[in-house]
Design a protein around this ligand. Structure first.
Ligand code: COA
Length: 327
């Protein structure tokens, strides 16, 4: 008997309508459109209206993914939400999403920052393969605009809000998730984090005044490690899947910075026409970046039936991850 293949049954995405351009940012901090474009490749990003939470964006993306998979919320067996900007420390954002979309199944969040979506996909793949669940909703969603210091020009220009979702289940044999690879280096926890608001540094008037509730980043160090870890993840997942780099038809990388993506694809030997880019329009949406990019690459016809797709990401932790999918 052939083992059944596990893959993506439907995709969805949601981006807030409000666009914040580099020119808008020129009015908020001491920066220029030229600096942001040349250092990052970002032209604009989306930001949520006041009062909108991560579960709001996630629910919209999830309902579209369900529709594209021809499924109803009650068909779901599990919800896994990857996010670093949860609605609340607890309960999980997955529980808010369950209620908002009208599902009845269990759910939980995972924290792997920008690598969250391929991490969650790996968990879902294992759970469906084991026979425990049949249909799993996997989401990457963020409202980063609520965790950014809008007075810090070195970070506020980089991030945006958004959500992407995928339904994981059994697909035709020979298609679906071929291999997954996860990595982490806990020695690098200090270079990219939100220091306050957890048990280590609870929020007090003093920690709030010191800005501990906001994203902190050592940009240059992150840059170096990002290139190294993404190249490693691409090589490993392709090897695990028994393919060669030349066999990759489409690379869906985490969209942090165009210079990082150029360095990765250059070093990995992947031609730029095979690499999907939308960092110019959305900035870095952390866990939402890879599912939104995957959604758009499929929609634009860059991914076709039979395409070998590699999803690759890196992020705070540090964490890194890759999934090889035969479409
Ligand atoms: N506008 C104008 N100037 C800015 C600026 C901005 N928005 N942000 C920083 N600068 C200034 C700095 O203050 C610095 O000035 P100084 O030399 O007088 O001190 C100068 O620009 C150069 O900064 P530097 O840090 O050398 O720039 P860089 O080439 O390393 O680019 C990043 C900065 C953040 C774009 C880059 O390091 C990066 O992309 N890192 C990875 C970030 C990332 O991917 N994070 C997410 C991981 S998931």
């Amino acid at each position: 008997m052939h083992a059944q293949s596990i893959g993506i049954l439907g995709l969805g995405a949601y981006l807030p309508e409000k666009v914040l351009t580099n020119f808008d940012l020129e009015k908020i901090v001491d920066t220029t459109d030229e600096w942001i474009r040349t250092r990052t490749g970002i032209h604009e990003r989306r930001v949520s209206e006041k009062g909108i939470a991560t579960s709001d964006l996630a629910s919209k993306a999830s309902l579209e993914a369900l529709q594209n998979a021809n499924l109803k919320p009650e068909d779901l067996d599990l919800i896994i939400c990857a996010t670093i900007t949860p609605d609340t420390l607890f309960p999980s954002t997955a529980c808010y999403i369950q209620n908002k979309i009208g599902a009845k199944c269990p759910g939980f969040d995972i924290s792997a920052a920008c690598s969250g979506f391929p991490y969650a996909l790996t968990i879902a793949n294992g759970l469906v393969k084991s026979g425990m669940y049949k249909k799993i909703l996997v989401i990457g969603a963020e409202v980063l605009s609520n965790f950014i210091n809008w007075k810090d020009r070195s970070t506020c220009v980089l991030f945006g809000d958004g959500a992407g979702a995928a339904i994981i289940g059994e697909v035709n044999n020979g298609h679906g998730i071929i291999a997954t690879y996860l990595g982490a280096d806990g020695a690098q926890t200090e270079i990219l984090k939100i220091p306050g608001g957890g048990s280590a540094i609870p929020l007090t008037v003093e920690t709030l005044e010191a800005g501990k509730q906001y994203v902190y980043m050592e940009g240059k160090e992150v840059f170096k490690l990002a290139v190294r870890s993404m190249c490693d993840a691409i090589e490993k997942v392709v090897e695990l899947g028994g393919l060669r780099i030349e066999d990759i038809d489409c690379l869906i990388p985490h969209q942090a910075n165009i210079r990082i993506l150029d360095a990765v694809t250059d070093r990995a030997g992947i031609p730029s026409e095979k690499v999907f880019i939308n960092v110019n329009r959305y900035g870095n949406m952390s866990a939402a970046s890879t599912p939104v990019a995957l959604y758009e690459a499929v929609k634009q016809g860059m991914i076709k039936k039979g395409s070998n797709v590699v999803l690759v990401a890196f992020g705070s932790g540090l964490t890194w991850a890759a999934c090889l999918i035969k479409w």
